[in-house]
Write a protein that binds this ligand. Sequence first.
Ligand SMILES: O=c1ccn([C@H]2C[C@H](O)[C@@H](CO)O2)c(=O)[nH]1
Ligand SMILES: [Zn+2]
Length: 130
Amino acid sequence: MEEQLFAAARAAMAKAHAPYSKFPVGAAILAEDGATYAGANIENLSFPEGWCAETTAISHMVMGGAKRIKAVAVIAEKLALCPPCGGCRQRLAEFSSPDTLVFLCDEAGVQTRMRMDALLPHAFATDVIG
Ligand SMILES: O=c1ccn([C@H]2C[C@H](O)[C@@H](CO)O2)c(=O)[nH]1
Ligand SMILES: [Zn+2]
């Protein structure tokens, strides 16, 4: 399962549109339906209008009809490991459980594994707002 998600994230990274940062990122989600949804970062000449690989993968998952994330893998071409940014942590948390798995990858494969509640402790959630 890890290997398959890693391969999907790496294949997605090859599709990144990152001419400005030159920092391609790929993400792949294993959803509760057993399907894999992948994404890459898509930048824009108007720099703030771009978005992250994880966000592309989430949008594919939702449009594919799935709403729960079992595991997510992330890989960046130019960084040893690429932990999701703060905004993506919140977006992932929307569709995750505390035990959702997060795999941080490099070219060789999955290097670091953690649970969602370790990646985003004290997440903003409905039990906070009541
Ligand atoms: O977790 C991350 C962090 C950054 N990026 C993208 C955003 C931007 O296109 C580029 C440089 O920040 O990397 C991601 O896709 N995921
Ligand atoms: Zn992000």
